[in-house]
Design a protein around this ligand. Structure first.
Ligand code: F6P
Length: 358
């Protein structure tokens, strides 16, 4: 008997189900003695021993389904060792569940926080294999995470739709794109959607440069501007502040999000009407795009292959279109940022897109 535990943790994204299907399909092709324990709502299920017994049939027909059939939750890494209201040490509880059920391996699908916890479980002696999910594409060690391309498609569609109304009304439109502390989704959706200005956390902006870019467009007869701004974008002045001072400043200003702060600044500096669009969680919703279905299936199958090789303690990732196994200790705790000097940023600038920095 091979006992496989599986859980999805952190914010959901497209192709989680496709990836789990890939794991189970592959494993069940090779072995007919697989028992599947589906932990509910992320690490919570492992902590409180809340699981469903699943069969290969449960993973049939879910390739195109968004969300996760296992449910998910955020369990912050820094609270993992903090006892819960009943004095329960969560790490010990997870180890207990794993050993009580006699599991052979745990497949964990998640983003950054999830990988820190997965690496800790590896250090505690559990057999762990992980898969990189997140729309943010910020996981170190892989060129691409599944969920990212689907989110890019949705954000691009939003920018496309904003274009027609922005043109009709000669307005400045600010589209705020998800991505947490990094600008991958904004960069790709901004280019794909034909945004005129793209603002990323990795490239702090100068409001005067933005105003100049808008005014220049006006002088050239283009009376609308689309700004794609990452939710984590920051101004040059704010980037100079300490974490503590920045937090205090933000608390005082009370903007609902970066788009609102930017809108006020743009309004003051130009004479154009400004509107805001925040697609928010729609970017994580619905069916995965074809690219994500392929990537998730490949990664899932490769995870099963690693399990069959008894090669644990790795994240499956993609490098130059090849699936690779990356040691968890190399992945945990590191973010993959957009490089301001990268070719893609350089080429976008060549094509006339302003990043608000120069
Ligand atoms: O990590 C994915 C993500 O969608 C980020 O882009 C965003 O900052 C965050 O999750 C939103 O989290 P929540 O769903 O908990 O509001």
């Amino acid at each position: 008997m091979f006992r496989l535990g599986m859980l999805t943790s952190g914010g959901d994204c497209q192709a989680l189900n496709a990836a789990m299907r890939g794991v189970v399909k592959t494993l069940c092709e090779k072995r007919d003695d697989v028992e599947i324990y589906g932990f509910q709502d992320g690490y919570k299920g492992l902590i409180y021993s809340n699981f469903k017994m699943l069969t290969a049939k449960d993973f049939s027909g879910i390739l195109t389904m968004g969300g996760t059939i296992l449910g998910t939750s955020r369990q912050p890494f820094k609270l993992m060792r903090v006892p819960d209201e009943n004095g329960l040490d969560k790490v010990e509880a997870m180890k207990h569940t794993y050993h009580k059920l006699n599991l052979d391996c745990l497949v964990i699908l998640g983003g950054n926080g999830t990988h820190k916890s997965a690496n800790m479980l590896r250090e505690e002696g559990l057999n762990v294999v992980t898969l990189p999910k997140t729309i943010d594409n910020d996981l170190w060690g892989t060129d691409m995470t599944f969920g990212f391309q689907s989110a890019v498609d949705i954000a691009t569609d939003t920018i496309d739709r904003i274009h027609t109304t922005a043109t009709s009304h000669s307005r400045v439109f600010i589209v705020e794109v998800m991505g947490h502390k990094v600008g991958w989704v904004t960069l790709h959706a901004g280019i794909a959607g034909g945004a005129d200005i793209i603002l990323l956390p990795e490239i702090p902006y100068d409001i005067d440069v933005i105003a100049e870019a808008i005014n220049k467009r006006g002088k050239a007869g283009k009376h609308f501007t689309i700004i794609a701004v990452a939710e984590g974008a920051i101004s040059k002045e704010d980037a100079k502040l300490s974490k503590k001072d920045l937090k205090a400043k933000k608390a005082k200003e009370k903007y609902p999000s970066v788009a609102y702060e930017l809108a006020e600044k743009v309004q003051k500096k130009t004479d154009q009407e400004v509107r805001i669009t925040v697609p928010g969680h729609t970017q994580r919703g619905g069916s995965p795009c074809a690219y994500d279905r392929v990537l998730a299936t490949r990664l899932g199958a490769a995870a099963a292959e690693a399990i069959l090789d008894s090669d644990f303690g790795n994240m499956l990732g993609v490098k130059n279109n090849k699936i690779v196994r990356i040691p968890l200790e190399e992945v945990a705790g590191k973010l993959k940022y957009v490089d301001p000097e990268s070719e893609i940023v350089h080429e976008a600038k060549l094509a006339g897109i302003s990043f608000g920095d120069e």
